[in-house]
Structures are given as C-alpha cells and as structure tokens.
Design a protein around this ligand. Structure first.
Ligand SMILES: [Zn+2]
Length: 382
C-alpha cells in the first residue's frame, strides 16, 4: 500500500488507481482512508497486504498507426503543417506503412531531411526496414549537429536517432510489458549507493523497473548531467525527463535483450517536432562499438554549461581503454546468453564467474548491456 505524502499526494493516489493495477494479483486498486492517521492510502482491492503497483504498456493509436490514426482531411492538414505541403503530398502514400522497404524508407528520410548525408540516410533506412519503423510516425529522426574545433564551427554531423515511443513499440511487438512501482522515477542517494557503490552528484539518475508477461523483471538506470540543458528545454523538456527515457531504454534493453536496436541514441520525440533539432553537439551519441573514454571526455570538455545537448557521453560504465580492440565482433553480443557463451569461449569463464567479475549475484543486478559487460571483462584481460 502507498500512503499519501509530499511525493504521493491524494490526487496522485487517485491517478494511480486509474492507471495502475496490483502487481501481485493484477486486481484493481482503491484509495482507502486510514482513520487513525487521517491519511489516505492506495491498496489492492482484493488484499490490502499486496505490495506493488504496475502499469501495463499500451500504445496509443498514433504510436501504432501514425497519421493513419486520423481521418484523411486531418491527416493531410497535420502533415502539411509539419512537413510542408510539397513533402506531405509526396509522402502521403507511406502513411501507416509499417513494413517499409529500405528504398521506401530512404525516399521518406531524404524527402524530410534533404541535407542529410546518404550514409546516415541509409543507416536510418536500415533501422526502419529491420524494425518495422516509419519516420512519418516519428519513430526515427535524422539530426544535424554543429561540429566544433577549438570553439569554431567547422562543419555539420548528422546522426540517426530513435524516439522513445519507437523503442516502446519495438519492445511491445516482442511481448507485453509493464512499468512497476510508478517508475520511471528519480533514484535516491541511498539507491545509488546500494546499486553503484557511490553517489554521483554530477548527474540526475533515474530508474525504471519493467516486468514482462512471463514475470521476468529488469531494472534500468539512466543519467543526465546536471550542468547540461537538454534539447527542447524551451518547449518543456527537462533533465529529469531525459534521465527517465534513458533509464527506460536501459530497462527495455535488458528485458528484451537482443530485440532492441543497438548503438542508436534515444530521444524524446515530443520535443523533436519540426524536422530539425538544433542541438549543439557536445559529445556524440554513443556509436556502435563505444568510443574511448578519453575522447568522449575531451569532447564534453568543449561544451559550456547551458548549451543544448542531445547526448552527453553515456556514463556509469567503466571507460573502455582506447587501445582495447577485442577480436570478437561486439555486435554479436546481444543477449546475456551471448555474453555467457562469449566469456566461456574467450576467457573460459562460466556464468557464475562472469557475475563474480561484474560484482553481482544474479543477472538482474547487472547494470550494463551484455556488450558493455563483455567489453569490461575483456578490458581487464588486456
Ligand atoms: Zn492484489
């Protein structure tokens, strides 16, 4: 049961009652009044001793169908407003298409973002094709960054990024899942101490706890630097929101290991309206193999507090030494099963030895992705 307090106001308890169910029996929740304390509390309708609440993920019509969720006049109006009439007319045939070919995805991407270099268009198109995503549904974005050298803008780099809703949709296609205990939420200092072994005062950290339909649970952790303003701040985006979506993505990666696209940064599409995010890049989004800690640090050093940042270097994983180049193709390590097999093959380590090395007692305690775990174990053996 959850008692009302400063964090959980009575209004919030009533909100939980509408949006959540009991995590134990999946029964409904009710708000009761504790006459002795004079306080309201939220509890399971079937058994008040049941602990925990959960919210089942259900995509909204737009998340599933994009513009197709609207009638044709509304659809045309929205598309014209967001893309311009010319582009909208050209692309209207692709509205609602969930399995685009690579060529179709390229046509959409290069129509919306005509200045994007072909290599990034191709990369984004492959993601669309492989994962059943459509840029017209705000799943995938191409974003330009100013490249700086010694404070001067010397060029532009483009990156393909995924919206958080696209991540949810990909996971949902792999199976139903729920958010436990009103997560995402901010991690407390005690929680950081317990899970990471230290408290990070330089970032806001969020936690998301997910559970799939088979009862498997996965926590995810996500940071955002306190001294860096996220893109879309003028429209209401916050550091907390960015930490939330990163923690959510981390949890999805772990619950649906092997199902989620790797090496693509997640953004909040709510704040990416229009076609271009004018963020000054301070530190690139992590690319496939992960970059060296030193390089990432130098780049973030160039940024000044207050600059809009799409993606500061991902923290909380030990920096990989620059020279480290494991022979194994890291892209093959997608699931924890892959990790255990790779560690067995390469280092003669069984599963327990992997856990010991990572300092955890079971898989659910692992904070990093399987690939990051492998990199850490491999780095210790160079
Ligand atoms: Zn219950």
């Amino acid at each position: 049961m959850i008692y009302e307090d400063e964090n959980n106001t009575r209004e919030k308890l009533f909100e939980f009652r509408k949006t959540n169910i009991c995590a134990v029996c999946k029964g409904g929740l009710d708000v009761f009044l504790d006459a002795d304390l004079g306080k309201a509390f939220l509890a399971c309708r079937n058994d008040r001793s049941h602990q925990g609440i959960l919210r089942i993920y259900e995509p909204t019509p737009f998340e599933e169908k994009g513009y197709e969720a609207f009638n044709i006049p509304t659809r045309r109006e929205m598309m014209s407003e967001e893309l311009g009439t010319g582009k909208a007319t050209k692309l209207v045939k692709y509205v609602g298409v969930v399995s685009l070919t690579r060529e179709q995805a390229m046509e959409i991407l290069s129509t919306i973002w005509p200045d994007a270099p072909e290599v990034e268009v191709l990369k984004a198109a492959m993601i669309c094709h492989q994962y059943g995503l459509n840029p017209l549904m705000k799943h995938v974005f191409l974003i330009p960054f100013k490249r700086r050298k010694g404070g001067q803008v010397v060029g532009e780099d483009w990156v393909a990024v995924l919206g958080i809703k696209a991540n949810r949709l990909i996971a949902h296609r792999a199976g139903d899942y729920s958010y436990l205990d009103d997560t995402p939420r901010i991690m407390t200092a005690q929680e950081q101490e317990r899970i990471f072994g230290e408290v990070d005062d330089s970032k806001v950290w969020a936690i998301t706890k997910l559970r799939d339909s088979k009862g498997n649970e996965a926590p995810g952790y996500g940071p955002w630097p306190l001294d860096e303003v996220p893109y879309g701040a003028e429209k209401g985006n916050t550091k907390t929101n960015m930490a939330f979506i990163r923690s959510e993505r981390n949890a999805l990666d772990r619950l649906f290991a092997g199902e989620m696209p790797q090496g693509v940064e997640v953004i909040d599409e709510e704040y990416a309206s229009g076609q271009i995010l004018e963020g000054e890049a301070v530190g690139e989004p992590p690319k496939g193999g992960g970059k060296s800690g030193e390089q990432a640090e130098n780049e973030s050093g160039e940024g000044k507090p207050g600059t809009a940042v799409l993606s500061p270097p991902e923290a909380r994983t030990e920096a990989t030494p620059a020279a480290q180049k494991p022979k194994r193709d890291l892209n093959t390590i997608k699931t924890f099963g892959d990790l255990y097999q790779a560690c067995l093959d390469d280092f003669n380590m069984d599963r327990q030895a992997v856990w010991d090395e990572l300092g955890v007692s079971s898989q659910i305690d692992i904070v990093e992705t399987p690939r990051e775990c492998y990199q850490r174990i491999a780095a210790a053996r160079q």
